[in-house]
Design a protein around this ligand. Structure first.
Ligand code: ATP
Ligand code: ATP
Ligand code: MG
Ligand code: MG
Length: 895
């Protein structure tokens, strides 16, 4: 067996709405395609021997051992791979349990879905599971050493991906508060909230942190000076920049004991405390000098080390920090005691864990020497031996919660200090002999103020209660009643997405300065083009959601992106499903229209509980999505008597219908007449039924978001299917003696929709047609058949990009379709003979592969009163060709 493809899903998707972190593997079982597990000698027992914990997997039987009983009775290898991949991640400390395995239309090829916590680990687990199964089949086992290495690799991936404890706490709290978050990888920031309501954090630095405050805090000398000037007790001392100044500085302090530390240091680097003689002063100076050019020499204060955390100028937690130490038991040496201490599961590397491993280095040797011991000394019972001079957690120190013990005057002072320095989150280091007393009484002092202080010691102190310090930080960023999200309107369907998206954006642009929307043509913000291209996937949606100016997001959400990586958001406020018709079948293992409907249903199912799914009541597959919607439902229909709409409205629901030439919204007993289609240019005076449907959907989407009927009406009147506002969507050009229609239709439903307009044309109808090469043969033949039903003369051209097919192949298939319909049976429309004579072409259809040439020919030869319909691959070029012929523009502003 082999893996054909691996995809990473990151948002609500075809497989699950709630579980958005999934790896999708396309697996070819090859030689195992007809060998379920029971036919492989000893497979069950050998698998259990390698991974006994698989017994915990319930699987379909729903009980312990359930999955293994399936293996015993016989199940396909894809299903086994799924469970093994889940188990490997779980064993590596990333518990996951969701998986699915389905056979595709290609026999022996399966889609295997595996949940992950960390993307790299999920993909790795899938590959490792394949190796493991293959090895059991071929060699009867998977060597323990291999398994150990896999788990080691997975654990490493987990650790590499882990965010610092402070960031993790903030993100977790955001989730609890229902605030969406995103990791902005380009700058390693975390975004909380969407669009203009977003806030950013990086550990305990936030978008509220003041650069001046941070700068002062990072300069210990400045901090001390400003605090001293304001009457706050700080250590007596000075900063020197050369060794020559050291002796004089010590004199000025009145002698030892002193502390020497770098001017801009952190994490205790380069600090020597409690220096009592010149020899150590020299060593201390050199050490500090390695970290910073400025060196602080200050009086050493006896006492215990405390960190006061001030958030939004309120003290939220206090911790005492005790330097790394061991306590003797009369049996073990100091080195053995340290080893034992490091076994503590709470200790890890860096800031990954609650505590950090104690490392022995030069400063430990010196500490031990001062205490008259060595690493091989056996410490008597109860004797405390310090391994470090400073109490930083990152050098193995521990924290004890003292929040309830601090003296109120010190609380007041700490809050005042946070104002003076100007920090929204400040970590204030205080040395005092007794935190329950005032600093004056206890000979205490404020050693420094930290910007971006670590939160770990408060959240999980080694002793005392943990404090949820993330909550006050989030409350500062998002005070009660401040919005965190911008509304998200997501539009999907087979046809009409771009048109409807643009119309909805047009409606909202009356209320908001900065409407962000994505379409097949590009990303737009505030009416300006941000990026051109097919931008209907999650990455483009992220551009909108991450933009700090955007008021509302209107997102065209295409099938491709949903299948490739899921939605860009967990929930939307409004999810519009326009229709489901045959298109793209056979791509991405979606073979049937019902499967396609399930892809589109993802948008409806992602609607938040208080949001609305806007569903097409005339399309059964779309209407049926209502059952899966968690939010409310509103229907649109071209038929006011649609029974579903009627009962829905009777039950108090909202709907939009087309009745008596009006776009109308029904709300329980109320009838809101929005506009007569005569005055809705998008519908070409009501002559294009599907545009009326799109207008109904757009009006409804705006209405459920609280937009007034007047605003909707004004937007419907001013929105045109002009080449500029909606290029390629029913753009009608008047060239005097004939008209040209440019439309981007490229699937049978789209052709049919355009046909509904063409059929009503009274003059001759000429079509310039083609089709995308990545569609199935039958779909292309169908395009030909449909063209034959409403065009009198057809010119078949090829797309510029044949999407993998030979040049001319698509055209041949379309011709096949045309020929299946007897064109000869069609009545010859007046003026049509003229076409034949000028062109001197005997057939009613002809192939002219170059698109630009085909268009030019059709325009050159258009008879009086004709409608030339062009389905171009390159919309811009087609429109340019037409504009060069100076069409009559009745409303120049609309162009
Ligand atoms: P961090 O950023 O992790 O707090 P840092 O490298 O910025 O550490 P300081 O906070 O200035 O360094 O000092 C680290 C520790 O050294 C203090 O918490 C305190 O225990 C001790 N210390 C520093 N200055 C003095 C002093 N003047 N008297 C007594 N102890 C001191
Ligand atoms: P794509 O999948 O290419 O992005 P789309 O869903 O965004 O397409 P539009 O670009 O709005 O759709 O329209 C494409 C064509 O589909 C239109 O020009 C028209 O021919 C047809 N069409 C538009 N709306 C509908 C509709 N509601 N029903 C059927 N066909 C439609
Ligand atoms: Mg400090
Ligand atoms: Mg589109």
């Amino acid at each position: 067996m082999k893996i054909l493809q691996t995809q990473t899903l990151r948002g609500p998707n075809y497989w699950s709405i709630r579980r958005s972190k999934l790896i999708l593997v396309r697996l070819d079982l090859e030689e195992l395609a007809d060998r379920p597990s029971d036919t492989i000698e000893g497979f069950h027992d050998r698998l259990v021997a390698v991974l006994p914990s698989l017994d915990e997997h319930h699987c379909s039987p729903g009980c312990k051992g359930g999955f293994l009983s399936r293996v015993r009775e016989g199940t396909m290898m894809g299903h086994i791979l799924e469970h093994v991949a889940l188990e490997l991640q779980t064993l590596a400390g990333m518990p996951v349990g969701f998986g699915r395995t389905r056979e595709t239309a290609t026999p022996g090829v399966y889609q295997v879905v595996i949940e992950y916590q960390i993307e790299t680990a999920g993909r790795y687990a899938a590959r490792a599971a394949l190796r493991l199964c293959q090895s059991i089949i071929e060699m009867g086992t998977y060597p323990q050493a291999e398994l150990d290495r896999d788990l080691e690799d997975l654990i490493k991936m987990r650790n590499d991906a882990a965010q610092g404890a402070s960031t993790e706490a903030l993100v977790k709290e955001a989730e609890t508060m229902g605030i969406p978050w995103m990791h902005l990888e380009t700058c390693d920031l975390f975004q909380l909230g969407y669009g203009k309501h977003q806030k950013r954090v990086q550990a305990a630095l936030t978008s509220h942190s003041n650069i001046l405050g941070v700068e002062i805090a990072c300069d210990k000398e400045k901090t001390k000076k400003i605090l001293a000037a304001m009457g706050v007790p700080v250590p007596v001392g000075m900063t020197i920049y050369s060794f020559n100044e050291l002796a004089a500085a010590i004199d000025r302090l009145g002698g030892y004991p002193i502390v020497i530390k770098p001017l801009n240091g952190n994490h205790g680097r380069g600090i020597t405390i409690d220096i009592r003689d010149w020899e150590h002063a020299e060593i201390g100076y050199d050490r500090a000098r390695e970290v910073s050019s400025g060196v602080i020499v200050e009086h050493f204060y006896q006492g215990r080390d405390h960190r006061i955390l001030v958030v939004n100028h309120k003290v939220v937690a206090v911790a005492e920090r005790v330097p790394a130490h061991v306590i003797g038991d009369g049996k073990l040496t100091i080195r053995e005691l340290v080893d034992r201490e490091n076994q503590d599961v709470r200790r890890g590397t860096g800031h990954d864990n609650m505590l950090t491993t104690i490392e022995l280095d030069d400063s430990t040797d010196e500490m031990l020497r001062l205490q008259g011991v060595t690493l091989t000394t056996v410490l008597p019972p109860e004797r405390v031996c310090y391994l470090r001079a400073t109490a930083n957690l990152s050098t193995g120190g521990i924290a004890i919660d003292r929040t309830d013990e601090i003296h109120p005057e010190t609380v007041w002072m700490a809050e005042r200090v946070s104002h003076i320095i100007g920090l929204d989150i400040a970590g204030i280091d205080v040395i005092t002999t007794d935190i329950t007393k005032t600093l004056r009484e206890a000979d205490g002092t404020i050693v420094e103020v930290n910007a971006a202080p670590g939160l770990r010691m408060h959240i999980s102190p080694s002793q005392g209660v943990g404090r949820n310090v993330a909550a006050p930080i989030l409350q500062m960023l998002f005070p009660p009643n401040t919005p965190t999200r911008i509304p998200i309107v997501s539009i999907t369907g087979t046809n009409g997405k771009t048109t409807t998206t643009r119309l909805i954006a047009h409606i909202f642009s009356q209320m908001y300065d900065s409407v962000g929307y994505t379409t097949t043509d590009g990303i737009y913000i505030g009416g300006r083009l941000v990026e051109k291209g097919d931008t209907t996937g999650p990455q483009s949606a992220q551009v909108i959601l991450q933009d700090p100016t955007v008021d509302i997001a209107i997102l065209e959400t295409a099938r491709g992106g949903i299948l490739r990586s899921g939605l860009a958001f967990q929930h939307c406020d409004v999810g519009v499903v326009l229709n489901v018709a045959a298109d793209h079948l056979g791509l991405g293992d979606i073979e049937t229209i019902d499967q396609l409907a399930r892809v589109k249903a993802v948008v409806a199912e992602a609607v938040r509980a208080d949001g609305y799914a806007i569903l097409n009541a005339d399309d059964e597959r779309v209407a049926d999505m209502a059952d899966q919607v968690r939010g409310k439902v509103a229907y649109f229909s071209m038929d006011a008597d649609n029974p579903l709409v009627r009962s829905h409205v009777q039950r108090g629901g909202i709907a939009a219908v087309y009745t008596q030439d009006y776009i109308t919204i029904l709300q329980h007993d109320w009838v809101h007449r929005i506009e007569n289609v005569d005055r809705v240019p998008l519908t070409l005076g009501g002559r294009v039924p599907f545009m009326i449907a799109n207008a109904l959907a757009a009006s409804l989407a705006a209405f459920v978001q609280g937009v007034s009927v007047e605003h909707i009406r004004a937007a419907l009147r001013s929105f045109r299917a002009s080449a500029q506002q909606t290029p390629g969507r029913m753009n009608l050009f008047d060239l005097g003696s004939y008209h040209v229609l440019v439309d981007y239709a490229h699937n049978p439903a789209g052709y049919e929709a355009v046909g509904s307009f063409v059929k009503n044309w009274t003059g001759p109808a000429i079509g310039v047609v083609g089709g995308p090469g990545d569609r199935r043969d039958e779909d292309l033949i169908e395009l030909g058949k449909l063209s034959a039903t409403f065009f009198d003369r057809i010119i078949i051209k090829e797309d510029d990009d044949t999407r993998g097919r030979a040049w001319g192949e698509v055209a041949e298939l379309i011709v096949q379709g045309i020929e299946q319909v007897t064109l000869a049976a069609k009545p010859i429309v007046q003026g049509f003979e003229q076409v034949i004579s000028t062109a001197e072409l005997p057939a009613t259809h002809s192939i002219m592969l170059n698109e630009a040439e085909a268009i030019a020919w059709a325009l050159d030869n258009a008879p009086e009163n004709a409608l030339v319909t062009i389905f171009p691959d390159n919309v811009t070029r087609a429109i340019e060709l037409i504009m060069a012929r100076n069409p009559i523009i009745d409303n120049p502003e609309a162009m």
